[in-house]
Design a protein around this ligand. Structure first.
Ligand code: FE2
Length: 133
């Protein structure tokens, strides 16, 4: 489980809310996966999580564009690679080619920690600087 706390806050309200919801969705998926809920339940949660990640990435890429964040292209590429990994794993799971999501959930957890704590704080600081000057 990821425990939400203020060290994850980047200072932009909408982004903080989205991150908190992402963490909730990851935890929910993990919980259901550990309980070995049926394939349909897990797949639905996983698809919902991927969808929410996509919306979140679009939203923050717009903010990055708005403050001329120099790391935008790199971040877009990272988002795309992450998304592709999730999509591929989701399809493999649905098609029965893999039976567990344990590995990908660990990957998502680690990725999200880095994403929020390190990467998002960089563009958030630049965006807040622009708002405040
Ligand atoms: Fe983010």
């Amino acid at each position: 489980m990821i425990e939400w706390n203020e060290k994850y806050m980047v200072g932009i309200d909408n982004i903080d809310r989205q991150h908190e919801l992402l963490v909730d969705k990851i935890n929910h998926l993990l919980e259901m996966h550990e309980k070995s809920e049926d394939l349909h339940v897990i797949s639905t949660l996983f698809i919902g999580l991927i969808h929410y990640f996509t919306k979140h990435f679009e939203y923050e890429e717009t903010i990055m564009r708005g403050c001329n964040y120099p790391g935008l292209e790199r971040r877009k590429l990272e988002h795309k690679i992450f998304y592709n990994n999730l999509e591929k794993t989701k399809n493999d799971f649905i098609n029965g080619e893999i039976s567990s999501l344990g590995y990908i959930i660990d990957y998502i957890k680690l990725w999200v920690m880095d994403h929020i704590i390190i990467q998002d704080k960089k563009y958030a600081n630049k965006s807040l600087l622009k708002v405040n000057t």
